[in-house]
Design a protein around this ligand. Structure first.
Ligand SMILES: [Zn+2]
Length: 426
């Protein structure tokens, strides 16, 4: 006779099979933007079984299973769930749920202790919702005099950096993040740990030279401002480095001055593009956090003009980087000057379009490319058979007018609809 546990397992598997069968869902009459960058499918059909997409394509060639639940979404556009590659949870887990209601079904927090996610996980469990999908990195790995002491571990040499990196991986980090005070050899040690565990290593560089770090194997870069010292002549770069080494806050205005004066067709910039073409790093530009517009309050004479000029150059570089081979993703960066609460990822998508990306390219940045940066490109970020059923239903057509990204009507994670109205209040 089989032990009770084995019988129970059989009973459960039968029950699971039955549950899965009753959860077949057909989304009918949809426009599909599949996240790959391909043109929309105008008269599409999506078939979901449990937590997966099983078929998606033109209705004429995509058979609907008999007896499945059908939702008529005539006039709506469906895109893959958005992935926010740069979201700081801080002490505000509700914000992650508000972003979920805005279509953000997954996020990566690029530098935080694991304890900070406990409350969000508790809220998700209490509500019985399968998302947002949370990708953690552990705290920043920074050098002495860290930029954000409370969110960092400090490594004083390469061996300490390696140990911190191994510890974060052991605790479940799905990526690691280098912070700019880490010296080169220590940064390289962190990259090597990531390679050994097959997870991406990303970085806020600012003081480290992107050309050297990318050539040394760095997979991703957070913030367009990470390229400042790679764009200007060595003497100017060194003056900026020393100013920030002396005082971390010197970067806040200093980076706009560096960018305002940078030549995006100079020899330094071309050396950077050469590394982009060779290594194809991910770039999480986080333009929205740096956005400056004419008419913003000016604390110092002429600073506002320099900020506006510097920001314009940052947008140009984001687009140029993509043309040169960098794989641009979308990081909302939580709270930004020109977006309401929870709307930073939408703003980032709009700013990519303002920078020269097509709306479809910007949507790919927030879906399939972001999934690739999570090293989850075979399960997330596309509307394709076998992928997770993480979907956003829009009233608007963001491929025609990117602001359509803001017209979220329904959100699905792992095959289940989220109570959008509820979490919009968070
Ligand atoms: Zn950040």
């Amino acid at each position: 006779m089989k032990p009770f546990s084995a019988l129970l397992a059989v009973a459960l598997s039968i029950q699971t099979a039955a549950t899965v069968q009753t959860r077949r869902l057909v989304l009918e009459n949809v426009r599909i933007i599949d996240g790959s960058g391909a043109a929309p499918i105008e008269h599409g059909r999506i078939i979901i079984d449990g937590d997966r997409i099983v078929r998606a394509g033109p209705a004429a060639t995509t058979a609907a299973p008999a007896g499945a639940e059908t939702v008529d979404l005539a006039g709506r556009t469906v895109i893959p769930g958005l992935i926010d590659s740069h979201f700081h949870i801080e002490k505000d887990p509700k914000l992650a749920l508000r972003q979920l209601a805005h279509g953000v079904t997954a996020f990566r927090d690029p530098g935080q202790w694991d304890e900070a996610f406990e409350e969000l996980r508790r809220m998700m469990a209490a509500d019985g919702i399968p998302g947002p999908r949370i990708f953690t990195t552990g705290p920043h790995i920074d050098g002495e005099g860290p930029a954000y002491p409370a969110d960092s571990v400090v490594a004083r040499d390469a061996e300490e950096a390696r140990r911190h990196a191994e510890e974060s991986v052991k605790r479940g980090a799905s990526a690691l993040k280098i912070y700019y005070r880490l010296p080169f050899a220590s940064a390289k040690a962190v990259i090597d740990v990531c390679d050994a565990h097959r997870i991406p290593c990303t970085a806020h560089l600012e003081l480290l030279d992107a050309r050297e770090l990318i050539a040394a194997g760095l997979h991703g870069i957070e913030h367009i401002t990470s390229f400042g010292v790679s764009l200007v002549p060595r003497r100017e770069a060194e003056a900026y480095r020393q100013a920030v080494l002396k005082n971390n806050d010197a970067r806040r205005d200093g980076r706009y001055r560096v960018f305002a004066g940078a030549d995006l067709d100079g020899p330094q910039a071309h050396a950077l593009y050469g590394v982009f073409r060779e290594r194809r790093p991910f770039l999480d530009a986080t333009l929205a956090v740096f956005e400056r517009r004419p008419g913003m309050p000016d604390t110092q004479p002429d600073l506002a003009a320099i900020q506006v000029a510097g920001f314009a150059k940052m947008k140009q570089l984001a687009h140029r980087a993509a043309k040169e081979g960098a794989r641009v993703v979308v990081g909302g960066h939580t709270e930004v000057p020109f977006a309401a609460r929870g709307e930073a990822p939408w703003r980032e998508i709009e700013l990519l379009v303002e920078s020269g990306f097509t709306p479809l390219e910007a949507i790919s940045a927030a879906t399939s490319t972001a999934a690739a940066f999570l090293y989850r490109s075979t399960e997330l970020g596309r509307i394709r058979p076998g992928f997770s059923a993480d979907l956003v239903v829009l009233r608007g057509q963001p491929d025609r007018d990117v602001s359509g990204i803001r017209t979220v009507e329904r959100v699905m994670v792992a095959g289940r609809w989220i109570d959008v109205a509820r979490y919009r209040e968070y």
